[in-house]
Design a binder for this molecule. Structure first.
Ligand code: ADP
Ligand code: MG
Length: 326
């Protein structure tokens, strides 16, 4: 059974950036305002995330890594009202099957912090009282130590770190009220955004001023499609060496090849050849219309009324670009 769990976990967490994304979402769910991430060897040796959120009650520490353990489900009598990222109770469990996981946590009511270590979904050893700040620190060591095939499939720590930068950068831009730090252990701080920043300021910090100064804000509400859109897109006056699309649907970082195509298609008519756009979109849809049960690794999201929604989105981007360039 352990092997089966391990294989399942390896499917959910395919690379360090997947694990990190789950951990960041947990920290955001816990109302953290500052999140500090430290990485060694592209996350394969070590990922540590420190937040200042609610913490985990120490009487829950023995079960947090069991599958389907979630403190969030009770809030979901109405699945349509999902407001937190997590609801499967699978992330910590999965990670504990393929790495050494340690939690150090303190709630505001606790007099001291508590530390616990996990393997294969289970607590190992005693829960130890120790010193610590309010919030939670999760440390993941030797990811995929027992899944050699998965480890071999990953190309290099540098590439894995680049994926982690993308995830942290994306969440930092989307959650600009929360401070994010990403650093390589004992080497460099690669992302640092302040608490209570703004989207534009964080784009500046992460992607540079040439993109940030050119951002145009877009806003759209379509009650009949139960959608609202807020975002920033670059104008077409300057060409960027590297383009990017950052897409959040209901505050989850996702990918949609159809949205990507639509955006590229609009810009193709305006941008000179080999120039790139930077596009950040936050799309809120009726959770009923979004497939929330897609596999956690399935970045690719599915939603209803795709064609109509993409149509509105294209129109919004197009008219913004037109109105600013005539
Ligand atoms: P889910 O997020 O789907 O509930 P997870 O496996 O990601 O499942 O986390 C399990 C539980 O552990 C959460 O429901 C939450 O109660 C607790 N937890 C995990 N990370 C944190 C954190 N950073 N701060 C507070 N609680 C946390
Ligand atoms: Mg979670």
């Amino acid at each position: 059974e352990e092997v089966v769990n391990r294989i399942a976990a390896g499917e959910i967490v395919q690379r360090p950036a997947n694990a990190l994304k789950e951990l960041i979402e947990n920290s955001l769910d816990a109302h953290s305002t500052n999140i500090i991430i430290t990485v060694k060897a592209g996350g394969l040796k070590y990922i540590q995330i420190q937040d200042n959120g609610t913490g985990i009650r120490h009487d829950n520490l023995d079960i947090v890594c069991e599958r389907f353990t979630t403190s969030k489900l009770s809030q979901y009598e109405d699945l349509q009202a999902i407001s937190t990222y997590g609801f499967r109770g699978e992330a910590l469990a999965s990670i504990s099957h393929i790495a050494h996981l340690t939690i150090l946590t303190k709630t505001a009511n606790d007099k001291c912090a508590y530390k616990a270590s996990y393997e294969n979904g289970k607590l190992i050893g005693p829960i130890k009282p120790c010193a610590g700040n309010n919030g939670t620190q999760i440390t993941i060591e030797d990811l995929f130590y027992n899944v050699p095939a998965r480890k071999r499939a990953l190309r290099s720590p540098t590439e894995e770190y680049a994926h982690m930068m993308e995830v942290v950068g994306g969440y930092a831009i989307h959650n600009s009220a929360v401070g994010f730090t990403l650093k390589k252990f004992a080497e460099s701080t690669d992302i640092k955004t302040p608490i209570k920043s703004s989207v534009i300021e964080n784009v500046r910090i992460i992607h540079g001023n040439s993109i940030a100064r050119e951002l145009l804000e877009i806003h759209l509400v379509e009650p009949t499609l139960r959608m609202s859109l807020h975002g920033y897109i670059t104008n077409v006056n300057y060409s960027h060496k590297k383009g990017a699309m950052l897409l959040f649907i209901n505050h989850r970082l996702v990918d949609s090849s159809s949205i990507r195509k639509a955006v590229d298609c609009v810009y193709a008519t305006y941008l000179p050849k080999n120039a790139h756009s930077y596009v950040y979109l936050s799309l809120e849809l009726d959770p009923k219309n979004v497939d929330v049960n897609v596999h956690p690794t399935k970045h690719e999201v599915q939603f209803l009324y795709e064609e109509q929604i993409i149509d509105k989105l294209k129109t919004a981007i197009e008219s913004k670009l037109l109105s600013c360039n005539t």
